[in-house]
Design a protein. Structure first.
Length: 149
């Protein structure tokens, strides 16, 4: 029996795939649990339209993220942290703080951005920080200043 899968099934098929499976497997397991539906031309057309719509939506999202990467690349973020006279900050600047500022200033979904900062920054100065937005690399400049100077 030919079925269209409505959800992923491990080692069998992914959502939207059309496969031939045993009649008993389809009738007794897949169809009653709404994991798959019996294939017909109308259902196949509906699934193809949904897949095309999802693909178009994903392409638009990727274009928007590509524009965000161009917008952010090379920009600088300034943080004011209390520091000693020697320039050592009392609290280091973490990648979470950089990420939250990027999300706030550039309206980026935090699930698609990665800040590559191995250790927290603990001295006043300028630091290049590599970031990755949806697997596209960019670099920003993080500036740490002392508010009392």
């Amino acid at each position: 029996m030919k079925v269209i899968f409505l959800q992923d099934v491990a080692h069998v098929a992914k959502k939207g795939e059309i496969k031939d499976v045993n009649d008993g497997y389809a009738r007794n397991y897949l169809i009653p649990l709404n994991i798959a539906v019996q294939s017909s031309s109308a259902v196949e057309l509906k699934v193809r339209k949904e897949q095309d719509h999802a693909t178009a939506k994903r392409m638009v999202k990727e274009d928007v993220l590509r524009e965000k990467v161009k917008q952010i690349n090379g920009k600088s973020l300034t943080f004011q942290l209390k520091a000693s006279k020697t320039g050592t900050t009392f609290s280091g600047l973490t990648k979470e703080q950089v990420l939250s500022r990027l999300v706030k200033e550039y309206s980026i979904d935090p699930t698609v951005i990665t800040v590559d900062l191995e250790k927290s920054l603990k001295h006043v100065g300028e630091y290049p920080v590599p970031i990755e937005i949806n697997s596209q690399k960019a670099s920003i400049k993080v500036v740490i200043t002392n508010p009392h100077e």
